[in-house]
Ligand binder design. Structure first.
Ligand code: HEC
Length: 169
């Protein structure tokens, strides 16, 4: 009996060591570095503090370079699932890179943000399993939707003003 317990313990330790070693592999590239880490989110956009607060607490883990990586996210194979979500999320919309998108892209993204806010499909369900408080309340859905719509309108107006000015010249 004693020998069996020791074998089990040894097996568990070995499995853990293998997982730790596998954690050194990052199939989705240097997701943990992330360009623009620590930079302000949505630089150049007009964002009221309450909107920025929702985006920072509920969306920034996957849509910015300021991802918070808890200990459990560092051990394979879970680390790979999380790195994959973050790489995918950032490739669609990275708030740390906002100022590098064209006005046209920003306008398109704001439409998508408005529709995601309204549908309540973001944050994804697997994220909510570990972050129960990240679910958007109906008030937050309205807040994000209203902001995305009005910021989109503002950008559209300012880019059409620019066009008017250049056509006069
Ligand atoms: C766990 C990571 C994660 C979190 C947290 C998260 N997203 Fe996403 N998001 C993704 C992934 C992955 C995609 C790309 C795949 C997809 O559309 O489902 C995505 C796509 C998007 C898109 C682009 C959709 C399109 O049509 O291109 C928008 C907009 C978006 N998310 C908004 C949000 C908002 C707003 C929040 C916060 C309320 C949020 N996301 C939180 C992972 C996340």
């Amino acid at each position: 009996m004693k020998v069996k317990a020791r074998t089990l313990l040894l097996g568990a330790v070995l499995a853990f060591v293998v997982c730790v070693v596998l954690s050194l592999i990052h199939p989705y590239g240097d997701v943990r570095g992330g360009t623009g880490r620590g930079d302000p989110l949505l630089a150049g956009a007009t964002v009221p503090p309450e909107v920025l607060n929702v985006l920072t607490t509920k969306c920034a883990d996957c849509h910015s370079s300021n991802t918070h990586w808890p200990l459990y996210s560092r051990i394979a194979p879970g680390s790979w699932l999380m790195e994959s979500d973050v790489a995918d999320g950032r490739s669609h919309w990275n708030m740390s890179q906002w100022q590098h998108s064209s006005a046209e892209n920003q306008i398109q993204l704001l439409s998508r943000i408005a529709s995601e806010a309204r549908s309540g499909e973001m944050p994804p369900r697997n994220y909510l399993l570990l972050h129960r408080n990240a679910k958007l309340s109906p008030e937050e859905q309205d807040l994000l939707y209203g902001w995305a719509k009005s910021e989109r309108k503002r950008l559209k107006q300012s880019s059409s003003n620019k066009q008017d000015r250049s056509s006069i010249r």
